[in-house]
Design a binder for this molecule. Sequence first.
Ligand code: CMP
Length: 138
Amino acid sequence: MSNLTFGIIKPDAVRAGKQGQIISRILGAGFKIRGMKLIHQTRKQAEGFYAVHAAKGFFDELCDFMSSGPCVVMVLEKENAVPAWRELMGATNPAEAAENTIRKDFATSIGENAVHGSDSDENAAIEIAYFFSKLELV
Ligand code: CMP
């Protein structure tokens, strides 16, 4: 298990001004923030990031949404970071998310679900490298 994972505070949560509360939850859960920046993805960047979902029916909607406004990209450190961050986020569909998870409290739908997290150590390394150079990791 790696101690690093990748996260995004998505455009819906940033638009709603919830990024501060979400970062506070992340720190409160014991993560260290190794990298963080506010970006506004182009459609092409979003398509590249979510290329694994290119064949899915929701791909266009997903890429439109992810390029619709600023988001916060983060590199998070904690023991067993990938499952720990997924647990804090909650289920992809906020209707199924457990109490006290970020998606339960801040997401509005399966498409606009406040945060993203890597699903494996291998994908965490790929996703970190997609948005951060080594020099940007503290
Ligand atoms: P995320 O963890 O960022 O990874 C892929 C994203 O696709 C997921 O969160 C959801 O926001 C989105 N997604 C998954 N299923 C659907 C769906 N049925 N309709 C719209 N978006 C979806």
